[in-house]
Design a binder for this molecule. Structure first.
Ligand SMILES: [Zn+2]
Length: 277
């Protein structure tokens, strides 16, 4: 898992999740909730899939496996729609996630802080709901509309969830990786002995099954190639042109666009301590 950045442009974020359409949809959400008619259909968030995929380099936001490598990815509600119903259509509550991470998590969302304030809809008139619509989530590309991004981040932090938010939290200092050459698997583990490190790894393992067999084996395939390249480069015996190629490959492996880049960064920087030019 690495920290992602939203692409806040009209070209990226579909119209349904911003501007007047966003407010209109939220009004519908509030009204249906008040009337006990709220039902979720994937067609409501499906249009966000390509935009989220672009932000995530077509990788799962949790496990960093490529959508094209046999892991179908879809729109993930970071805060489950059946719990945080008012964030069900909010773009800020979305990420691109593989079926396996997403399906394991379902409606589990443990947190230790202050619950996110739920909009009150019971007994409200249509006019009151219309006034409330658009105010409890941010507009992804217009900072002047709706809840500010700072406030959204503040509520996320106040709730203090076990599972990190891929766009708001940088958990890279907390995530470690361990290669097992006998099992030929790379496991995610706490980077250090802190409670924060143990908590985030535990959340990713229990909620997203981040150490599942197929995934940890896939990570190992990438790891073993990187190790060979790193060893060759460190040996200082390569011709200059090959040296450069090896450095480029190692740097590319750490790039956010590459699968398992958090793992590559961990081994290249922390374990092998390579000082790449
Ligand atoms: Zn995944």
């Amino acid at each position: 898992m690495i920290q992602l950045t939203r692409i806040r442009t009209e070209a990226n974020v579909p119209k349904a999740f911003r501007g007047a359409d966003r407010v209109k949809r939220e009004r519908e959400l509030l009204t249906k909730r008040r009337d006990g008619e709220l039902e979720f259909k994937s067609s409501q968030w499906k249009p966000a899939k390509d935009a989220l995929g672009a932000e995530s380099f077509r990788k799962c936001a949790y496990c960093e496996s490529l959508a094209s490598a046999g892991y179908p990815c879809d729109v993930e509600h970071l805060r489950p729609k059946d719990v945080h119903w008012w964030l069900a259509w909010a773009y800020e509550n979305y990420a691109f996630s593989c079926f396996l991470c997403n399906n394991k998590k379902l409606n589990h969302f443990p947190f230790e802080g202050t619950a996110w304030p739920e909009p009150k809809v019971a007994g409200k008139t249509d006019a009151q709901l219309a006034a409330l619509a658009g105010t409890f989530t941010p507009d992804p590309i217009d900072a002047a509309e709706g809840l500010t991004l700072a406030k959204f981040a503040q509520r996320h932090a106040a709730e203090d969830s076990d599972l990190p938010h891929p766009y708001l939290d940088d958990v890279s200092p907390l995530l470690g990786f361990r290669a097992d050459d006998v099992l030929e698997q790379v496991f995610v583990e706490p980077a250090n002995g802190t409670a924060a490190s143990k908590r985030v790894v535990n959340a990713l393992v229990t909620l997203c099954d981040i150490n599942r067999d197929d995934l940890s084996r896939d990570r190992y395939l990438r790891y073993e190639l990187l190790r060979v390249i790193a060893d060759a480069w460190s040996s200082d015996t390569l011709p200059p042109a090959l040296q450069l190629e090896h450095v480029d490959t190692l740097k590319r492996a750490m790039d956010a666009s590459r699968p398992y880049s958090a793992m590559a960064r961990h081994f290249i920087r922390r374990v092998w301590k390579l000082q790449l030019p």
